[in-house]
Design a protein around this ligand. Structure first.
Ligand code: ATP
Ligand code: MG
Length: 346
């Protein structure tokens, strides 16, 4: 068989058969897509071409024999413990994580009294004295810090500006905060909307606040800044945005010195540097509240286009290091590749 003939023959085989051929020949063959698997198999023939060809023919014959057997009924019960994986590697009796375990606990939790987390109390305590950066994972409860700090500022006759990077998020926060504080105490200022601009809590996009601070530096504006007690910048990781980051930077630089700054983010990589910069340009040192514990654990799943869902990894939670793939995900992934990858046309 010439290399060309061998390549053509490999190209028309199902990917599962190629994985069986890859076993013992190509390290980590199950990670390769069909095309790269064929290339790797061809490379491996340099040492044992005859072995590959005879294995290929044997597997093809096997496949033919199985096809001529009567079709089995689709199985509904769990897979056989001795099943072989698509990669030809034996799999353990039961997948480490089944779908039920993977989905367990998702839903609305039982109501229980609200108890602030220590980091939430820490942020609020420091905000009485200094600027604060809160850098904690998503879903941790940063809104509580923003709401509570706003309540405290309004109670002491100071006004609050809350900024977000998106008009849509500003609108959502306007609705949310109007319910919490009362519609008369919340206003909004975006490119599209201007409502109740004399309210003690004003929601706006960061660009609008930056422009407001520019105008304030030059003269007249219709928003009072002398009573401003707190500026909350949600999603403050935008500071690192190559295009819009400058808006966050200028807003921080021009922010009135009597107001406290509260920066909220789930994804600043170097919050200690931002805190050091804030401390160097603002009248008070900036306190950093930071942790990486996820209150809401992430679950990684693989969703096949047919609608079938399987845990992506053998363990739940976010895997660190080299997590191994769940056998069912591996199987679905190979099936997807076999269905979608066409043999290379020459
Ligand atoms: N101390 C707490 N105990 C229990 N639940 C809390 C606590 N603090 C906040 N929550 C709840 O956690 C959920 C997520 O909170 P929130 O929306 O404030 O997260 P976030 O940190 O702003 O996330 P994101 O980064 O996605 O904006 C909300 O339902 C909130 O009520
Ligand atoms: Mg949030």
């Amino acid at each position: 068989m010439t290399t060309d003939e061998l390549e053509k023959l490999l190209a028309v085989q199902p990917v599962s058969l190629l994985h069986q051929l890859g076993r013992g020949r190509i390290p980590r063959h199950f990670r390769l897509g069909k095309r790269r698997l064929i290339e790797a198999l061809l490379r491996s023939t340099a040492t044992n071409r005859a072995g590959l060809e005879s294995d290929l023919l044997a597997l093809m014959k096997d496949g033919d024999r199985q096809q001529s057997r009567p079709q089995a009924q689709p199985r509904t019960e769990p897979a056989s413990p001795r099943r072989q994986s698509v990669s030809g590697e034996p799999e353990s009796a039961e997948p480490a994580t089944d779908l039920k375990a993977f989905l367990e606990g998702i839903g609305v939790p039982e109501p229980s009294p609200f108890v602030p987390d220590p980091w939430q109390d820490e942020a609020l305590a420091h905000l009485a004295e200094t600027d604060v950066i809160v850098s904690v994972p998503t879903g941790s409860g940063k809104t509580y810090v923003a709401v509570e700090a706003t309540r405290r500022a309004i109670d002491t006759e100071r006004t609050v500006i809350y900024t977000s990077p998106l008009k849509a998020l500003s609108n959502t926060k306007f609705t949310e905060f109007s319910k919490l504080f009362g519609a008369d105490r919340v206003g909004i200022l975006t490119g599209d909307r201007r409502d109740n601009t004399h309210a003690p809590l004003l929601i706006m996009t960061t660009e609008i606040l930056r422009n407001l601070l520019y105008d304030a530096a030059g003269g007249e504006i219709d928003v009072r800044l002398d009573t401003l007690g707190l500026v909350i910048m949600d999603e403050s990781q935008y500071l690192a945005d190559p295009e819009r980051g400058v808006v966050w930077e200028e807003t921080i630089i021009f922010c009135p010195s009597q107001a406290r700054l509260l920066l909220l983010s789930a994804s600043i990589g170097n919050p200690q540097d931002i805190a050091a910069w804030l401390s160097s340009i603002r009248p008070t040192p900036c306190h950093l509240v930071r942790h990486n514990r996820r209150t809401v654990p992430l679950r990684a799943g693989y969703l096949h286009p047919s609608g079938k869902l399987a845990p992506l990894f053998r363990s739940v939670g976010i895997p660190h290091g080299h997590a191994s793939l769940h056998p069912e995900s591996k199987r679905l992934f190979s099936q997807y590749e076999a269905e979608t990858l066409q043999p290379r046309s020459r």
